[in-house]
Design a protein around this ligand. Structure first.
Ligand code: 48F
Length: 266
């Protein structure tokens, strides 16, 4: 016999379960702003390394710029160096030219998302990081979050706060968290050549991918930057629909943070 279903029970379960997750997310190890390929990759490795990791994503769905592949052809390319990460996430790919692996962008987003969650990371969609918290002589000690719907409707509603040991700016081309730090902390010196945000350079895939390894770093005390945001901050070029750099950058930021917190030895 089919069970009797009660709408109010369903409602209470959703509210209770979500609130439990959200309260649990208020004091954690790492906040990742943005669930593009970089943020999701970082989330999996951080959570696997034993850190309490939360991703806040402004949009309804995870995956950032990955879904659309190249100009809406839903394929991405990953070069030889990033293939081991595709394998880590069990993402199918075909080597159609030597060293160039082609994967389905939807499968990529689905598996990055599922693997991050399976590893223990929590992902909150429809929530934006709108500010940072500081203490101890300008060390970033957390983030300020707001419902995306409030942001979009421009409602005058105060946000709430999350405390963490490290923040990762994985917000893509706009490098939103680094921009907030530069704008709101007087005299803030970022770890770039000029001490300021340099800005993204035009497309040059080879250099863009290479630079991403160096530009992925702790850019300000308590704040790491990874993925496209890292090149945007340090003056690296964009690289188009090739995603090895994003995956490698996401993994690198996780390893750096795990090392900083003594979870793995160098
Ligand atoms: O843009 P996005 O995919 O950044 P990524 O992970 O990857 C870049 C590639 O997609 C592509 C590329 C490849 O060569 O250049 O562009 O570095 O994902 C960034 C995510 O962050 C979210 C945004 O909605 C997107 O899903 N986001 C941006 N600002 C905020 C945010 C914010 N303030 N709070 C929460 N999420």
């Amino acid at each position: 016999m089919a069970m009797d279903l009660d709408e109010i029970t369903i409602t209470k379960l959703i509210i209770n379960s979500y609130m439990r997750d959200l309260i649990d997310a208020t004091d954690i190890d790492v906040v990742i702003a943005g669930s593009g390929p970089t943020g999701l990759t970082a989330a999996k490795y951080l959570a696997e390394g034993g850190l309490k990791t939360i991703v806040f994503e402004r949009k309804l769905s995870t995956g950032g710029g990955c879904h659309g592949g190249g100009m809406m052809f839903n394929k991405i390319v990953v070069q030889r160096e990033g293939k081991f990460i595709l394998d880590d996430f069990k993402i199918n790919s075909i080597e159609l030219e030597p060293g160039y692996f082609v994967a389905n962008s939807l499968e990529t987003v689905a598996k990055l998302t599922a693997s991050a969650i399976d590893a223990g990371a929590k992902i909150f969609n429809l929530i934006s990081v709108e500010d940072v918290m500081i203490r101890e002589a300008d060390k970033i000690t957390g983030v300020v979050i707001q419902w995306t719907a409030v942001e979009m409707a421009k409602l005058h509603v105060d946000p709430m706060t999350i405390r963490c040991k490290y923040v990762v700016d994985a917000t893509g081309h706009d490098a939103e968290i680094c921009n907030i730090v530069q704008r709101k902390i007087p005299g803030a010196r970022l770890e770039t050549e000029t001490g300021k945000i340099i800005g993204e350079k035009p497309m040059w895939t080879q250099i863009g991918e290479k630079m991403l390894i160096e530009t992925t770093k702790q850019i300000y005390p308590g704040l790491f930057v990874a993925g496209m945001a890292a090149n945007a901050v340090s003056g690296g070029p964009r690289m188009g629909p090739i995603f090895s750099g994003m995956l490698i950058s996401g993994r690198k930021v996780a390893v750096d943070i795990l090392e900083n917190l003594g979870k793995i030895k160098t």
